[in-house]
Design a protein around this ligand. Structure first.
Ligand code: ADP
Ligand code: MG
Length: 615
C-alpha cells in the first residue's frame, strides 16, 4: 500500500554512525585506492614539514663562513629531489582521487538505478520524480567527492599539524606555544563560519531550483499560460523567487567575505607576535635567523590545515545527509514481490527460469477483490468478475470510475488489498511477476518510447525478433507507411522519450511492440485515444485480428472500437453496472444506451459539419 510521501530532511542530525557503517560497506571495493591516497598524503605532509626545516638549515648552516661548498652542493641536490618528488606524489594523488570518486560514484549510481527498476508502481505514485533525480545526480556526486577528496585531505592536514608541532617544540617551546595558542580559536571560528556558509549555499541552491522550475513551467506551460491569461500572475511569482535568490546569495557571499579577512587578521597577530619575540631572541643570538624564519613559515602553514579540517567537518555533515538519502533509497523495498517459493521455481526478473513457466490459457477471475491505492480510500470493493480465455472485454465508464485500476490489477502493477485474482484458476501470486509480464501485451494512453531507433523500440518486447518480424508487426498496425516516409526509415532516432514523434505515432509503435510480443493477454488502456478516426478505422481490423484467440481488455472512449467486443462492462464507482454485448446493452436503455446515442449524434454532427466545409 502506498504511503504518503514525506520529504525527510536529514541535514540537521548529529553524527550518524549507522549510516557511515552502511556507506563503508558500499565503499569497501574502493578502500585500496583510499589507502594509497592516505599514504601519499602522509608522505606529502612530511615533505611539507621538512621544507621549512631545510630552509632553516640552509640559512643557519650555510651562511656561516666555515661551511664547505661540497656539502652545500649535496644539500641543493637533495632539495631539488624533494621538490620534484612532491610534484610526482601530487600527480599520483590526483589520479587515485579520480579513481575513488568515479568508482564509488559509479557503483552507487548503478545500485540506485537497479533499485529504481525493481521498485513497484506504487513507489513512483508517491515519490516525486524531482526527488529521485536529485538523489541520482546531486547526492551521489557530493558524497563521492567528499569521500575521495576531503576525507584524504585530512590525512594531510593532521600529520602536518602534528609533525610541525613536534619540530617547533623541540626547537623552541615558547615560540611553539605562541603558534599553537591561536589554533583552537581559528578552529572554532572556522567551523562556525563553514556551517553558516553551507546552510546559506543550500538556500541558494533551493532558490535556484525554484527559479529553474519557474523557467520550466514557463516554457512547458506557455500555451496554457496564454489561454488562461496567467502571464501577470506567473511573472509576479517569478519576480518574488528571483528576489529571494538575490537575498540568499548576498547573505552567502557576505559570510565568505567576512570570514577570510578575519582568519587572516587572527593569524597575522600570531605571526606578528612571533616576529616580535623571535626577532629579539635572534638579535641576542639565542636562536638563528633561520630558526626565526622557520617559525614564521610553520605559523603560516599551521593554520591552513586548521581551517581545512573545520571546512571538511562541515562538509561531512552535508555528505552525511546525502548518504542518508541514498541509503534511504537503497533500502526502499518493492511492495510487489514474489515469495521465496515462487522465486525458487520461476526465478527472478533478472534471472528467470522460463523453462518452468506454465503456458497461459487466459482465464481471468477477480474473486472478492477489494483494492485501495491509499489506505482508507477504497476503489474496488468486493469486486467479482469472471472472464473466459479468448474473450474481448471492453470497459467503459466515466473518468475515475476504476477502469485503469481493473487492468492495472490484472497486470499485477498493483495487487488486491483483499481477495484474490486468478489466472487459469491459480492465484497469480503463486506464479512469478516475470511469468505474467512475459505473457502480457500492454498499450498505454501515454506510451513511452526509449531513446534510440524505431527498430530498437519495437524490438524491446522481443529482443530476438528478426528485422522481418518487426516489419511484419509494423505493417499489421499500419505503422509501416509512416515509418518509411522518414528519411532514415526504421533507423530514425525517436528522440528522448519519443519526442520527435506525434502521440499517435508513438501509440502505433507501442502497438507494434505489443503485437511483436504475441502475448496471451492483451490490454489497451485508452490506447487509440490519440489516433485520428481514419487511422483508427484502418487499424481496427488489425486490432481485432490480434485479439482473436487472446484474452483482451479494451478501455476506450470512442465506442466504435468496442461494439464488436464479446462483453462490454460499464463501470461506475468501481462497480459493474451493466454487462453484456453491444446489442443487449442497447436494448436495456440504460447508461450504455445513453452513452452510445450521445456519441453517435456527436459523430453524425461532426460528419455533417465536415461535409459542409468541403462543399
Ligand atoms: N496511483 C493512484 N494513487 C491514488 N489514487 C489513484 C491512483 N490511480 C487512480 N486513483 C484513483 O482511483 C480511482 C479510479 O481511477 P482509475 O482506475 O484511474 O479510473 P479510470 O481509468 O476509469 O479513469 C480514482 O478515484 C482515482 O483518483
Ligand atoms: Mg484510466
Amino acid at each position: 500500500m502506498a504511503e504518503k510521501f514525506e520529504e525527510k530532511d536529514f541535514t540537521n542530525e548529529g553524527f550518524n554512525l549507522k549510516v557511515w557503517l552502511k556507506l563503508a560497506k558500499l565503499f569497501k571495493p574502493f578502500s585500496k585506492f583510499l589507502l594509497i591516497q592516505i599514504g601519499l598524503q602522509i608522505v606529502m605532509a612530511v615533505i611539507d614539514v621538512l621544507i621549512p626545516y631545510l630552509n632553516k638549515e640552509a640559512i643557519d648552516t650555510y651562511t656561516n663562513a666555515d661551511s664547505s661548498i661540497e656539502s652545500l652542493k649535496m644539500f641543493v641536490i637533495f632539495y631539488v629531489l624533494i621538490i620534484l618528488s612532491t610534484a610526482l606524489f601530487n600527480l599520483l594523488y590526483f589520479h587515485f582521487c579520480g579513481k575513488t570518486e568515479m568508482g564509488f560514484g559509479g557503483e552507487l549510481r548503478e545500485k540506485c538505478f537497479r533499485k529504481l527498476q525493481s521498485l513497484s508502481f506504487s513507489y513512483f505514485d508517491t515519490t516525486p520524480t524531482g526527488w529521485l533525480m536529485a538523489r541520482m545526480t546531486g547526492d551521489i556526486s557530493r558524497l563521492a567527492e567528499v569521500i575521495a577528496w576531503s576525507l584524504t585531505d585530512m590525512a594531510w592536514g593532521i600529520p602536518v599539524m602534528i609533525f610541525s608541532a613536534v619540530v617547533m617544540f623541540s626547537t623552541n617551546v615558547n615560540m611553539a606555544i605562541i603558534v599553537l595558542i591561536v589554533a583552537p580559536i581559528l578552529a572554532v571560528l572556522s567551523y562556525y563560519f563553514q556551517i553558516r556558509q553551507l546552510k546559506a549555499y543550500r538556500e541558494v541552491r533551493k532558490a535556484n531550483s525554484k527559479i529553474t522550475n519557474d523557467f520550466n513551467e514557463g516554457i512547458n506551460g506557455a500555451k496554457t499560460t496564454k489561454t488562461l491569461a496567467l502571464e501577470d500572475h506567473n511573472f509576479k511569482e517569478f519576480k518574488h523567487d528571483t528576489k529571494e535568490m538575490k537575498n540568499v546569495s548576498v547573505k552567502a557571499v557576505r559570510l565568505g567575505a567576512t570570514f577570510r579577512p578575519l582568519v587572516q587578521f587572527i593569524s597575522s597577530i600570531a605571526i606578528a607576535a612571533i616576529i616580535w619575540i623571535g626577532g629579539d631572541l635572534a638579535n641576542s643570538g639565542v636562536i638563528g635567523f633561520g630558526t626565526l624564519m622557520m617559525f614564521i613559515q610553520y605559523a603560516q602553514q599551521f593554520y591552513e590545515p586548521v581551517r581545512m579540517i573545520a571546512a571538511i567537518l562541515s562538509e561531512f555533515q552535508m555528505a552525511q545527509a546525502s548518504g542518508e538519502r541514498i541509503i534511504y533509497l537503497l533500502e526502499s523495498e518493492p511492495t510487489i514481490v514474489d515469495t521465496p517459493e515462487v522465486i525458487e521455481k520461476y526465478g527472478t526478473i533478472i534471472k528467470p527460469k522460463p523453462e518452468n513457466y506454465e503456458k497461459i490459457k487466459g482465464d481471468i477471475e477477480f474473486k472478492d477483490v477489494t483494492f485501495s491505492y491509499i489506505q482508507g480510500e477504497t476503489v474496488l470493493e468486493h469486486f467479482d468478475l469472471k472472464i473466459k480465455a479468448g474473450q474481448t472485454i471492453a470497459l467503459v465508464g466515466e473518468t475515475g470510475s476504476g477502469k485503469s485500476t481493473i487492468v492495472n490489477l490484472i497486470c499485477r502493477f498493483y495487487e488486491p488489498t483483499e481477495g484474490e485474482l486468478l489466472i487459469d484458476g491459480v492465484d497469480y501470486r503463486e506464479r512469478s511477476i516475470g511469468w505474467l509480464h512475459s505473457n502480457l501485451g500492454y498499450v498505454l494512453q501515454a506510451p513511452h518510447l526509449f531513446s534510440g531507433s524505431i527498430m530498437e523500440n519495437v524490438r524491446f518486447s522481443r529482443l530476438d525478433a528478426t528485422d522481418e518480424e518487426v516489419y511484419e508487426a509494423c505493417k499489421l498496425v499500419n505503422a509501416h507507411d509512416f515509418i518509411m516516409s522518414f528519411e532514415d526509415g526504421y533507423d530514425t532516432d525517436v528522440g528522448e522519450g519519443g519526442s520527435r514523434l506525434s502521440t499517435g505515432q508513438k501509440q502505433l509503435i507501442s502497438f507494434a511492440r505489443a503485437v511483436l510480443a504475441d502475448p496471451a493477454i492483451f490490454i489497451l488502456d485508452e490506447a487509440t485515444s490519440s489516433i485520428d478516426t481514419e487511422t483508427e478505422k484502418i487499424i481496427q481490423y488489425a486490432i481485432e485480428n490480434i485479439m482473436k484467440e487472446k484474452t483482451s481488455f479494451v478501455v476506450a472512449h470512442r465506442l466504435s472500437t468496442i461494439v464488436n467486443a464479446d462483453r462490454i462492462l460499464v463501470i461506475k464507482n468501481g462497480k459493474i453496472i451493466e454487462d453484456g454485448k453491444h446489442s443487449e446493452l442497447l436494448k436495456q436503455h440504460g447508461y450504455y444506451y445513453r452513452l452510445y446515442t450521445n456519441q453517435f449524434n456527436e459523430d453524425l454532427k461532426a460528419q455533417l459539419f465536415n461535409e459542409q466545409v468541403t462543399y
